[in-house]
Design a protein around this ligand. Structure first.
Ligand code: SF4
Length: 211
């Protein structure tokens, strides 16, 4: 696999930020585990040669924001090709820079296991820095979740994800919880919708990318 240093990249209508390739999960549907589709031009270089420092990320953002494309972006998204909260300190430092210098909203796409990864409560650290957290819920059942996501944390993972989501709604203006179409039953999707409603999150069913 060819590696590179794509730290920021345009995707949909956002400027996506790639901090790390680390992730404690091995989701059965993860696009990293399958051949990449042609729609992702930057596939190879999203595998980082090394993780960027906060200063390098900030420089990459500044350079992109000077480009003609900047007016097309509607948000900054910490997403990457891994779990962004694996690089939590860098994420927070860059988020502080984004909030201080730009008016675009900031989103974090996370597997929701950030408290287990960082051994502390992460949601309060997002207050005032992150506008949206998008959490991969994947199932309304802990058993299905474990079989689908295969987290290194085993049975501790699902309850930790739910607790993080409940805490996130207190500190972040918008919390979205996602499932992926075709990967779970209609009954499970309905269960996820009910769970999101109870938590106070938006349920979004993502498109399955079949490669
Ligand atoms: S949490 Fe995201 S990056 Fe990690 S294995 Fe699952 S889909 Fe891939």
């Amino acid at each position: 696999m060819k590696k590179g240093m794509t730290i920021v990249y345009p995707e949909y209508d956002g400027l996506y930020i790639n901090l790390t390739n680390r992730c404690p999960c091995a989701c059965t549907f993860c696009i990293r585990q399958r051949a990449w589709g042609a729609e992702f031009d930057n596939v190879d270089t999203l595998w980082l040669e090394r993780e960027p420092t906060a200063a390098e990320v900030i420089e990459a953002v500044k350079a992109e924001c000077k480009s003609e494309r900047f007016s097309l972006y509607k948000e900054f998204v910490f997403c990457g090709y891994g779990e962004p909260t694996e690089a939590l300190d860098v994420l927070l430092e860059v988020a502080r820079f984004l909030k201080a210098n730009y008016s675009l909203p900031v989103r974090v796409n996370t597997n929701g296991l950030c408290d287990l990864i960082n051994k502390k409560h992460v949601a309060p650290l997002f207050e005032g820095l992150i506008d949206t957290v998008s959490i991969s819920l994947n199932s309304g059942s802990a058993d299905v979740y474990e079989k689908t996501v295969r987290p290194v944390f085993g049975k501790d993972a699902y309850p930790a994800l739910i607790e993080f989501a409940k805490e996130a709604v207190r500190f972040v203006p918008k919390v979205v919880m996602t499932t992926v179409e075709k990967t779970i039953s209609d009954e499970d999707q309905a269960k996820c919708s009910a769970l999101c409603k109870e938590i106070g999150a938006v349920h979004r069913i993502r498109k399955y990318i079949d490669i």
